[in-house]
Design a protein around this ligand. Structure first.
Ligand code: ZN
Ligand code: ZN
Length: 245
């Protein structure tokens, strides 16, 4: 095919010389197919933006209907989702917490497993977070503890004494005092290394409703303060800090 046999026309929008197949034959316009589709797209978008603005103003004033409870809810009482229109999901906060609670109750094992997995995969992220959190709260916490101690020192002294007694009682004669102090030294080293508060935890708790652990080197593990508090006096045979009941 030679060039002379093909009739061409210059599009008056994009100024490109194009073959007649690139133009709509039933339209007498001077714009090519591509330019026409582009123009239509822009028109549609303009119309949608106008409609969106009207819808948004209405949503701000009246709220949106929650798809779960069918009640009209103000925007700030809906679940935030930046990927959706108006940055909200059409589910209200109470409905959302109800659904997640139900889901948790029906899938306890799965949820625990998932949290565990997430924690394992995000160890660094979590360490960063706990570090920042304890740094932010350390001063405040110390101040409030000092305040409490000044007001009423007895309970704290009592608590420390009780704890010492419990440890003494739970220490078997064969426990190795050097190993025990090594664990506490190790905790200190870890604390300096990670910048997080590290506790020497009794895998089997000293004081609990079901078991009484020993205060000796075989019953120790290092936990971050957060994990230790989460574990509390729960007893999990694997020493983990997650509730299993
Ligand atoms: Zn064109
Ligand atoms: Zn609702």
């Amino acid at each position: 095919m030679t060039k002379e046999n093909v009739s061409t026309k210059i599009c008056s929008k994009c100024k490109v010389e194009k073959e007649s197949a690139d133009y709509y034959t039933n339209k007498t316009g001077k714009f090519c197919k591509l330019c026409i589709s582009h123009i239509n797209k822009l028109k549609r978008r303009k119309k949608n933006i106008k409609k969106d603005i009207i819808d948004y103003e209405k949503a701000v004033n009246d709220g949106l209907i929650c798809t779960k409870c069918n009640k009209l809810v103000p925007l700030n009482r809906l679940i935030k989702d930046m990927t959706l229109k108006f940055n909200v999901k059409k589910v209200c906060l109470p409905c959302n917490s109800k659904t997640s609670r139900e889901f948790y109750n029906n899938n306890v094992d799965k949820c625990i497993e998932r949290t565990k997995k997430w924690r394992g995969e995000n160890k660094e992220h979590r360490a960063e977070y706990e570090k920042a959190y304890s740094a932010k709260n350390a001063e405040r916490k110390k101040a409030s503890q000092r305040e409490r101690y000044k007001r009423n020192p007895l309970p704290l002294i009592q608590k420390v004494k009780e704890r010492a007694d419990a440890e003494k009682l739970a220490t078997p004669i064969w426990a190795n005092k050097d190993y025990i102090s090594l664990w506490y030294k190790l905790a200190k080293i870890e604390q300096e290394r990670t910048g997080m508060k590290i506790h020497v935890d009794h895998i089997i708790p000293l004081i609990s409703d079901v078991v009484c652990g020993l205060h000796c080197e075989d019953n120790f593990q290092l936990l971050t303060a957060g994990d230790n508090i989460r574990k509390g006096r729960k007893f999990n045979s694997d020493g983990s800090c997650y509730a299993k009941d």
